[in-house]
Write a protein that binds this ligand. Sequence first.
Ligand SMILES: Cc1cc2nc3c(=O)[nH]c(=O)nc-3n(C[C@H](O)[C@H](O)[C@H](O)COP(=O)(O)OP(=O)(O)OC[C@H]3O[C@@H](n4cnc5c(N)ncnc54)[C@H](O)[C@@H]3O)c2cc1C
Ligand SMILES: *[C@@H]1O[C@H](CO)[C@@H](O)[C@H](O)[C@H]1NC(C)=O
Ligand SMILES: *[C@@H]1O[C@H](CO)[C@@H](O)[C@H](O)[C@H]1NC(C)=O
Ligand SMILES: *[C@@H]1O[C@H](CO)[C@@H](O)[C@H](O)[C@H]1NC(C)=O
Length: 532
Amino acid sequence: MVVKKPRIVIIGAGMAGLTAANKLYKSGVKKGAFELCVVEGGNRIGGRINTSEFGGDRIEMGATWIHGIGGSPLHKIAQEINSLESEEPWECMDGFLDDPITIAENGYVLNPSLVDPISYLFKNLMDFAQGKKKSIGNGIEIDIFGNGSGNGNGYASVGSFLRKGLESYWELESRKESGEVNGFGDWNRKSLEEAIFAMHENTQRTYTAANDLHNLDYLAESEYVMFPGEEVTIAKGYLSIVESLASVLPSGLVQLNKKVCTIEWKPECVMGMMGSSRPVKIHFLDGTSMSADHVIITVSLGVLKAGVFNKENNSGKFKFNPPLPNYKSEAISKLGYGVVNKLFLKLSPDFNLDVDRFPFLQMVFHKSDHHVKNPKIPWWIRKTSSLSPIYKRSNVLLSWFAGEEALKLEELSDEVILDEVSTTISSFFSHKKGNGNVKFDKVLKSQWGSDPLFMGSYSYIAVGSSIADIDSLAEPLPNTMVFESTSGSPPFQILFAGEATHRTHYSTTHGAYFSGLREANRLLQHYHCINV
Ligand SMILES: Cc1cc2nc3c(=O)[nH]c(=O)nc-3n(C[C@H](O)[C@H](O)[C@H](O)COP(=O)(O)OP(=O)(O)OC[C@H]3O[C@@H](n4cnc5c(N)ncnc54)[C@H](O)[C@@H]3O)c2cc1C
Ligand SMILES: *[C@@H]1O[C@H](CO)[C@@H](O)[C@H](O)[C@H]1NC(C)=O
Ligand SMILES: *[C@@H]1O[C@H](CO)[C@@H](O)[C@H](O)[C@H]1NC(C)=O
Ligand SMILES: *[C@@H]1O[C@H](CO)[C@@H](O)[C@H](O)[C@H]1NC(C)=O
């Protein structure tokens, strides 16, 4: 009888999947311990990493930054493969552009003396929420849970915390006779301060992918871990890291255009009844199937949500047979997952601001419903906090969109986007003498929300969920610790990796990396391949 080697199938060739494949290949397959295969639904590797080109510049459609180089394994890889240097310019090569100019709707340039106090207030509030500071400062104290105990009921949001902070700031400020502002049309001091605050909230929406910060859990904010050190972009492109991980794999190991629709598994079976057949069967949309002993699932939380909860039309969706246990589907349902998109615009050659380059523009809008009064600026632009060149002298500009606005952006035609953005930006520069007209001749946007392979951009802890839900999501099925004595079913048939399964680094590329490593190590340990 031929003894079959255990077969591991990884679903998804993004950061998590390729990290797991890299590790399993080097530490297991090469030693003859098992068979390995990666199946990817798209026609390329990288997943939410998609380095592209626009207007002659290298840009990122998805992951952009290494969030903190201190301790980041991806920064280490980027250094090793020499990806942090390039002859050609790249997106955000100068880091975050400093010295923004802040302009309010209808073209009022705001003095830093008006903007900075609100920006500091916002930063102080976020630092406090993230546990970086023991007090908020400005004399502000907030009872976030609203019942005087300061004790969490677990349902406070970042959004409500921030707004309480602003209210409290105003209460303290009003005692200080802060003069009125003049010459700002239909703005007054309070509405300007509120709108500057909202601008920072909107930046926070793009960081977290939460459409509404009132749905972003407050307690989880301080449990999230950021690496220390600078944040950098990758000169040779984020994809160079993914390609480096994939480069150890023999050709054919990664199979593209293989979209999984159903995973059959065996949660219960009588010991010894399995025979020699593998417990998991993976069905593809093209009608083929593949059996496996272990499958590592790295599809996004959005793909899992759509498969588990879209009951009306489930054809082609990611399903489990039998369905996942309740605690799993509850975690999938409760955790947050949102849409963030990037919009790139190329300035037309006759762009003629009387400055020599486009500034780092921060935009202060009236509320979303204001487009009724000022229909030239549509609602979907009204939560865009900034527009800036991707490096100092680039004629390619970038804005980030989140939530509803990001989804709307996906369905708009290039013509509409060019037209409405250009009208909006020109009105912001209407204070410029001469030609304040800003024209663009090309546009490129990401569409992560409507892409069935992603269904959004990244995960967050929604109000009503917690890190415990991430732990539930990350738990393998069947888990030996739980099942050993009660079921003869083979352990670790389904393992979960991916950004959304990392309890302190979710939403990031390095979170995805660590999760892939975690599940690879779980199997290596199971087969006693660790340190062999
Ligand atoms: C606009 C944007 C900006 C971002 N910016 C940053 C940033 O600056 N820094 C940072 O650290 N992170 C950032 N991220 C997040 C980062 O990109 C992700 O956290 C990370 O890439 C996720 O990797 P993953 O392997 O978990 O998932 P994915 O990359 O989604 O990989 C999963 C793979 O599964 C495939 N798949 C899906 N369904 C199926 C199916 N049915 N069958 C087969 N295959 C399937 C997908 O095609 C995909 O390739 C950003 C993301 C976006 C969208
Ligand atoms: C990746 O970027 C290219 C643009 O260069 C785009 O055509 C493609 O649709 C992108 N893929 C995804 C999944 O966003
Ligand atoms: C406030 O809420 C906490 C947590 O739910 C609770 O323990 C505490 O008793 C409440 N305090 C008051 C004064 O109601
Ligand atoms: C279900 O969705 C698939 C693809 O997403 C589509 O082809 C099909 O027509 C839909 N069926 C119904 C009944 O809506």
